[in-house]
Design a protein around this ligand. Structure first.
Ligand SMILES: [Mg+2]
Length: 227
């Protein structure tokens, strides 16, 4: 309570990144005249998630993730004759063109705008994230976008949150609330730094994190009960 700044994660919290990834995956392979099916998408999804988890845990770098992702996936699928770099470029293009929002996100942000300093805290590719916010028409609601690629550190790294505090001019961490769907990146990261946190858990998953969230909500509109 008594918050003046709300720090929103983007993917899986404000924007439906799963929908973006899903559509871009099929569009990208279609662009290269390869018919992808659900099973192939599921294999990619599992592989991609494991890479992002390794990045969150500091086991690989962002550069390694993007360098290895498509070459390794194409190899595992036995697909040859496609330049993985071109594939990745096309995939990013698809992602940046997707602006499906999570249920209630637009209404929530519009109702909070003007009452709080709203900021985005995201692990992601800067050009993709900026374009999606602009295309969704919500970019102007945010005072600052703190994108890990530009900061040089990922959530939950302490140094990422140090940058958030500085960029958003947060003197006392207790005046800011982190809202996100990742127990590691958002909740553990934010709590370790001294921020209160709100776990957005739309699928009602069991808690299995390293730091307990201050609040948990299953719908974004429930945030009105907290702030
Ligand atoms: Mg997220």
């Amino acid at each position: 309570m008594g918050y003046t700044t709300l720090l929103f994660d983007l993917d899986g919290t404000i924007m439906d990144f799963e929908a973006a990834q899903y559509h871009s995956f099929f569009d990208t392979f279609a662009h290269f005249s390869i018919k992808a099916d659900e099973a192939m998408h599921n294999r990619y999804d599992a592989f991609n998630s494991s890479l992002w988890q390794q990045l969150e845990h500091g086991e690989i770098t962002r550069k390694q993730l993007f360098e290895q992702r498509f070459p390794r996936f194409l190899q595992s699928e036995g697909i040859t004759g496609i330049d993985p770099d071109e594939l990745q470029k096309q995939y990013f293009k698809g992602l940046s063109e997707s602006c499906v929002m999570m249920d209630g996100a637009r209404e929530l942000l519009q109702s909070l705008y003007g009452k709080y300093q709203l900021c985005i805290i995201t692990n992601g590719v800067a050009s993709t994230q900026r374009k999606r916010l602009i295309d969704s028409g919500i970019n102007d609601l945010f005072s600052y976008l703190i994108i890990s690629e530009e900061i040089g550190f990922e959530k939950p790294d302490h140094r990422y949150f140090e940058a958030v505090k500085k960029v958003c001019h947060i003197d006392d961490p207790k005046t800011a609330l982190v809202i996100g769907d990742s127990l590691n990146a958002d909740i553990f990261g934010g709590a370790s730094f001294g921020f209160d946190t709100c776990w957005y858990n739309p699928q009602n998953k069991a808690f299995n994190g390293k730091a307990a969230p201050t609040y948990t909500v299953t719908s974004l509109s429930d945030l009105h009960k907290i702030v």
